[in-house]
Design a protein around this ligand. Structure first.
Ligand SMILES: Nc1ncnc2c1ncn2[C@@H]1O[C@H](COP(=O)(O)OP(=O)(O)OP(=O)(O)O)[C@@H](O)[C@H]1O
Length: 288
């Protein structure tokens, strides 16, 4: 496989079925160093299956995965160290304290002595959990648990952080805090971020690149801006029960069209939801 400049990850022809259900049908893509890339798709689109294959938790039926040009194998520690994973559900040991959870992770990544002690300390500070270092994890708030899982994933200094639905279950305020936390990880630590979400706002606020995924296939890939502008920057919408949409490159064009319409109509800027709807014929279902 030829490696493009700065690609930290390449997936080619990835497929995975569960019985007759083709969860990932055929996915090829590259991730460049420093990107924050959001895979956006409805429930069942194949996002978790894809992330599990990329992080070695699930074998693909077909396809290749390369990290920095090398074929991925989950048993090779040097490659495993490139990756940090934040799964959909907080998989911390609830009976252990944050300090103990971090220690177990460090030991699994062969950290020892002063290096391990420092990494635990840095992770507790990073997650804002110094004062809760000896609190059993089950007593932490949802946001604290999420931060602990993220700090643990970053403890061995990975080059890419994978997050599967990072803010599911968090209230809107904690979700915003999480977005700025992730932005900081990307900016200050130079960590490339791959996340899955079905929150449009999450993709818009956080991601430099958005990939639409539906039925195990990529159907669009670009910046939020480019995905929206492919349709036109403005939309004129008529009808309330089944809204009809027309797209225009400029506000002036949209206003001119509005003037011709006799029924009730609204004009607004094109959203990422519009782009998804136009490309797939389905709406993304947001939970919360
Ligand atoms: N272990 C499994 N056994 C059987 N079917 C599975 C398994 N894992 C996933 N699937 C099926 O594969 C399809 C894709 O699931 P996946 O979890 O990858 O989607 P997703 O986009 O992450 O959805 P969600 O947003 O609901 O997590 C779904 O139809 C799902 O039911």
């Amino acid at each position: 496989m030829t490696q493009s400049t700065h690609a930290v990850l390449q997936g080619r022809g990835l497929q995975r079925a569960f019985g007759a259900r083709q969860a990932v049908a055929d996915i090829s893509f590259e991730l460049k160093a420093g990107e924050i890339c959001a895979f956006l798709g409805p429930n069942g689109a194949g996002k978790t299956t894809l992330i599990k294959m990329l992080t070695g938790l699930l074998s693909p039926d077909a396809g290749e995965i390369h990290y920095q040009g090398e074929a991925y194998h989950p048993n090779r520690l040097a490659l495993k160290k490139l990756i940090g994973l934040v799964p959909q559900h907080n998989n911390i040991d609830r009976e252990l304290t944050p300090e103990e959870n971090l220690r177990v992770h460090g030991l699994l990544y062969q950290m020892r002595g002063a290096e391990l002690a420092q990494a635990i300390e840095d992770s507790l500070v990073f997650a804002g959990l110094e004062e809760h270092r000896t609190t059993p994890a089950e007593k932490l708030s949802g946001g604290m648990k999420r931060r602990l899982v993220i700090a643990r994933a970053l403890m061995h200094k990975p080059k890419i952080l994978f997050l599967d639905e990072p803010t599911v279950g968090l209230d809107p305020h904690s979700r915003r805090i999480m977005w700025s936390f992730l932005g900081k990880i990307n900016q200050q630590q130079g960590c490339t971020i791959f996340l899955t979400t079905h929150y449009l706002e999450e993709a818009e606020r956080l991601a430099s690149r958005v990939v639409f995924i539906e039925r195990g296939r990529i159907i669009a890939d670009g910046s939020c801006q480019s995905l929206k502008q492919a349709l036109g920057a403005y939309v004129v919408e008529t009808g309330t029960v089944t809204p009809q949409q027309e797209f225009f490159d400029s506000r002036a064009q949209a206003l001119a069209r509005l003037a011709q319409i006799e029924e009730t109509a609204v004009i607004r800027e094109t959203s990422l939801e519009d782009a998804f709807l136009q490309m797939t014929g389905t709406r993304l279902v947001n939970h919360g």
